[in-house]
Every structure is written in C-alpha cells, then in structure tokens.
Design a binder for this molecule. Structure first.
Ligand code: ZN
Length: 155
C-alpha cells in the first residue's frame, strides 16, 4: 500500500481549507489572485501548495464579497412605518388592515362580477392602501405655522 499524496483541491476543498466560502475562492480565481492548476469535470483544481502559499493572505486581506450567495443579493430588512405597517408584508396597523381587507373584498367582487363599478372600487381601495403605505417624506423646508384659511387669504 502506498501513501496517497493529494496534490490538488477542488474549490470547495480549498474553501474549507482556508475557512472561506466557495464563492470567495471562485472570486479569487476569477480575479486572477488564485491561479488554477487544471480544469476537471468537477470544476477548477487548485494546487495545494498554491492554496497554502497564497490563500491565508488572501483570506486575511480580502474585503467582504459584494454578494451573500451566488445569484442572491441581500435583501434589506423591511422598515416599519410610524403607524406600524410594514410595507411589502402583510403586517398592518389597524387602518392598514382595514384598507387591505377593502382591497381584498373589492378584488373579490371585481373578479366575480365583471362590473366597471367593482373594478373602480378595487382600484380606489388599492390606491388608498398604497397611499397609506407610502413612507413619510421629510419636508426640507416645512412651514413653521399652519395658517387658517382667512390668514392665508389675507397674506
Ligand atoms: Zn399603517
């Protein structure tokens, strides 16, 4: 029986050896920082010597990858509105829940009865919910005092 010496690593094995993700190793290969030894049916093969020589410094100095998983971008956490609604979810404040129920009801009627009135109602309810879920905007130059109608007419 002979001692089997492993000379090559797959990208997965190199990633495990260096304690980084497969995507990071692929990024190093793609950017020319980690030369491959060969291509095989399972992908790139890397020399153990090269991985051990270059890998630790790369692992220590590379900034975080611009992605989390291949093909997926990190999704920002939904931010709740001051009223409690969370846009993009089904989490609503009391008003949002009523508007959402109105949208569902109007959509149901519009689907069952082919009537312009129900379609209009569904559109109105949808617009009202969208308006409710719009994040508050910060006015860069807010009016300091609300004027009454006679004051505005006098100005
Ligand atoms: Zn709300």
């Amino acid at each position: 029986m002979t001692n089997q010496i492993v000379h090559y690593l797959t990208t997965d094995e190199a990633a495990n050896r260096l304690g980084v993700t497969r995507e990071r190793v692929a990024f190093w290969i793609q950017s020319g920082k980690l030369p491959i030894a060969a291509r095989s049916g399972v992908g790139f093969l890397l020399s153990v010597d090269t991985v051990d020589k270059l890998g630790p410094a790369l692992a220590a100095s590379t900034p975080p990858l611009p992605w989390v998983r291949r093909g997926r971008k990190p999704k920002p956490a939904p931010v709740p509105l001051p009223c409690g609604c969370v846009p993009g979810t089904r989490l609503f404040c009391r008003h949002g829940a009523i508007l959402s129920a109105a949208v569902d009801l109007a959509d149901g009627f519009a689907a069952e009865c082919d009537s312009p009135a129900y379609r209009g109602l569904a559109r109105l309810a949808g617009d009202a919910l969208a308006e409710h879920l719009r994040p508050p905007t910060i006015d860069p130059d807010p009016a300091p005092v609300m004027k009454s109608e006679p004051e505005r007419a006098a100005a």
